[in-house]
Design a protein around this ligand. Structure first.
Ligand code: IPE
Ligand code: IPE
Ligand code: MG
Length: 229
């Protein structure tokens, strides 16, 4: 998990982007439109990332449990993913954003896997990391990491941490969830051990870069203790 130096400034923020469906429902629109507007919120945020000086922003885009949704909704989400990578990859490259994917993304549709591999290669030199959680479940991530650690003959906190999908990222400082739900829904369970949490009522499509700036300011005023005094 790296060092735990409190500088007041967050290095790594993660967001559970929730509430697309409710945003659409409030407007009597199809859920797919809510997801589209959710992608636009992601785009706004990524465009505003540079001056925030974050090293990493991790976004929960599709959970390993989201396969339970209707086939139509899953298709809509996968198609949005395809469109988003195609349309926004040039911007990532231009803005020095390094894409990273966490979760079991290799088992997504082969064309998506190929697009992601290409995007990873093309953004490898970027400065700020945008980590996207796709087909991600925290319990499964821990189980996979523990199995790898065991195969190497040592199961410890350090060896498991070293095999998590996030092993190369800074420690998680702040976890935000939108839409008013107060639960983790299997996101970054291990990494949240000492993360600060922020639950906001804003529905994801309404989330603006100003909300993240506000969250970072709030974070800077929190006192983190890690069990000490
Ligand atoms: C989050 O919005 C997007 C994904 C989980 C992919 P939801 O689709 O969960 O929206 P609500 O929770 O139904 O409002
Ligand atoms: C969590 O939201 C997953 C993502 C935001 C991708 P869900 O909407 O799937 O979570 P639950 O079902 O309300 O716990
Ligand atoms: Mg939801």
């Amino acid at each position: 998990m790296g060092d735990r130096l409190d500088t007041g400034r967050a290095r790594h923020v993660a967001i559970i982007m929730d509430g697309n469906g409710r945003w659409a429902k409030k407007r009597a629109l199809p859920r797919a439109i809510g997801h589209q507007r959710g992608v636009e919120a992601v785009r706004r945020l990524v465009r505003a990332l540079e001056p925030m000086e974050l090293e990493c922003l991790t976004l929960y885009a599709f959970s390993s449990e989201n396969w339970k949704r209707s086939e139509d909704e899953v298709d809509d989400l996968m198609n949005l993913m395809r469109k988003f990578i195609k349309s926004d990859l040039p911007e990532f490259i231009a803005n020095d954003v390094k894409l990273k994917i966490i979760g079991d993304w290799q088992s997504l549709a082969p064309d998506i896997v190929a697009m992601l591999e290409d995007a990873l290669a093309q953004t490898a030199k970027g400065k700020q990391t945008l980590a996207v959680a796709l087909n991600y479940g925290g319990q499964h991530e821990i189980a996979r990491a523990a199995a790898k650690a065991a195969a190497k003959g040592e199961v410890s906190v350090e060896s498991i941490a070293a095999h998590l999908d996030t092993a190369d990222l800074p420690p998680l400082d702040l976890l935000i969830r939108t839409s008013g739900e107060i639960r983790l829904s299997n996101f970054l369970l291990w990494q949240s051990a000492y993360a600060e949490m922020l639950f906001v009522d804003t529905l994801w499509p309404d989330f603006e870069p100003a909300h993240l700036k506000q969250a970072l300011d709030d974070f800077a005023r929190r006192e983190r203790r890690y069990g000490g005094r």
